[in-house]
Write a protein that binds this ligand. Sequence first.
Ligand code: FAD
Length: 473
Amino acid sequence: MFDVIVVGAGPTGLMLAAELRLHEVRVLVLDRDAQPTRVVRSLGLHARSIEVMDQRGLLERFLEHGKQRPVGGFFAGIDKPTPARLDGAHGYVLAIRQPVTDRLLAERAVELGAELRRGHEVVGLEQDDTGVDVTLADGTTLRSRYAVGCDGGRSTVRKLLGIGFPGEPAGVETLLGEMEVDAPPETLAAVTAEVRKTEQRFGFLPLGDGVYRVLVPAEGVAEDRAVAPTIEEFRQRLRAVAGADFGVRSPRWLSRFGDATRLAERYRAGRVLLAGDAAHVHPPTGGQGLNLGVQDAFNLGWKLAAEVSGWAPDGLLDTYEAERRPVAADVLDTTRAQMELMSAEPGPRAVRRLLAELMDFEVVHRHLIGKITALDVRYDFGEGHELLGRRMRDVRLERGRLYELTRAGRGLLLDQTGRLSVGGWADRVDHVVDVSEELDVPAVLLRPDGHVAWVGADQRDLLDHLPRWFGAA
Ligand SMILES: Cc1cc2nc3c(=O)[nH]c(=O)nc-3n(C[C@H](O)[C@H](O)[C@H](O)COP(=O)(O)OP(=O)(O)OC[C@H]3O[C@@H](n4cnc5c(N)ncnc54)[C@H](O)[C@@H]3O)c2cc1C
């Protein structure tokens, strides 16, 4: 029997599997597709996800495959330089194609000991007091103590649990693909500039060797978006929208996506949880979906591991939904706002011009970019120091730097006083005595996801706070 079955080997499921393996949880990841998809959806990681990779020692691998781009123009595509003084060491977008991100995360999960089985579609779920029976399309049943649906926007797990997915259905659909194009680059650039005056869902992004990433509005909304469009559909739509098909041919892959915005009513039903697109969907504007899913997994992994290991305090697992669902709700709202700002109608265009002016005020721009990068996320841990509930940025220490101490995914007491102790929690919480010129508090207690759980200098107060996140001594 497995401890956890993760349904879906997208970025969310793979990140979760890796996090669980840090704590020796026996993990099986199942994916319906026999091979990883070639479709390139996400094009990048934002600052908080880059930090997450750094916290787990994966940053080098990602930097090797990505390019650093400015984050300034990301909010609704309003062209601005990256604001100065972003809180953190990674004030850029790491441009990296989703299949590469997925591959790096799969390698990491498997390296750590997760079992990954592709070509296994989950079609049924039954749970009782001790575990979950997961049924596959071939009739096999597998049992685990917990299961997590990371199976994307059309999540079978969510449907099997009967969890509602309210929100707005897709109103428009967009065709996306990579293909060769005959027309010269100057023509494509000029046409793109002209069409985008009134239609943002259009473009030819050069990828080299005459291959382009092509984006064009579909005619309506397909009954079944899982059915890929044909190259002929691209030609027709290009002719309809831009007057020519530009000689598009030899597609590498073709896909379609909609603009539905939905949030799961709950993230948990008993022993089964939801994460990533299975729990929330929104249009790709701002480039946040993959980032949100990876960060869901980062929040959930250690909590579920604590539950499996038997030391989780009461209610710890429920803090996953309590913390992450409001973050997703905020991303959905920010995305809705960006979609309005990208409309070609005169009213929204006027609001966009006004907002572009306001973004010249550094504080406004930083606020909006904080939402895109997720550096502004603060979980509600109650009243207290301004760091409480926020993720701790990386800081230089006398001996190294903070994120180098968080590789193992354990709790961490960073103690500048040298007088504190983690007492009976040493098996779950590392105690590091070191100092940093960038840290003006005596000591911080970090959860395994790097969020600040306590700030202070008082041993008794620390011992009062440890059980909330790390259970009984
Ligand atoms: C055009 C486009 C551009 C985007 N750009 C960005 C961007 O720049 N930045 C960003 O952060 N996000 C972006 N996104 C969003 C991002 O692609 C998704 O949010 C992300 O892939 C979600 O990851 P996931 O692991 O939750 O789900 P998915 O990536 O959808 O993975 C789900 C997995 O579950 C498997 N599965 C499904 N059903 C079953 C089943 N019954 N049994 C077993 N396996 C199953 C699937 O095969 C799949 O591998 C974009 C999306 C689109 C459409």
